[in-house]
Design a protein around this ligand. Sequence first.
Ligand code: SF4
Ligand code: SF4
Length: 126
Amino acid sequence: MKKNPGMMFWEVLKSFFKKPATIKYPAEKFDMPDKYRGKLKFYPEKCIGCKMCMRDCPTGAITINKIGEKEFEAEIDLGKCIYCGQCVDSCIKKALEITQDVELAQFDRNKLKVTFSAQNKESPEK
Ligand code: SF4
Ligand code: SF4
């Protein structure tokens, strides 16, 4: 469909007053929707080592290791994870949580393998 120049000028003028559809990422951050499933988080103090999360994970992305008396760590391969949330649903102790963190990009794929333990609750440095 052809547009006449007057209409086009009007469209251009209108766009000057519109909020941009994009942001200056990463300088500006964006809010993800409430139900967005991003990076996983593990709470070692809640884990009882039942391994239900491991059993139910469809991609084998999570491994629970016993590291002491009633002490467990979770190894999660964020590169294998499909963010389905099954492990969170399977955990009766609520030791796993899906966050809204989307910033997963890495140059080295091995850095997507993170270990959460009492000593290291957060992902290693990027
Ligand atoms: S299902 Fe929950 S409590 Fe059981 S091993 Fe996994 S994280 Fe720990
Ligand atoms: S979110 Fe899904 S794919 Fe990722 S570790 Fe949990 S069960 Fe596995």
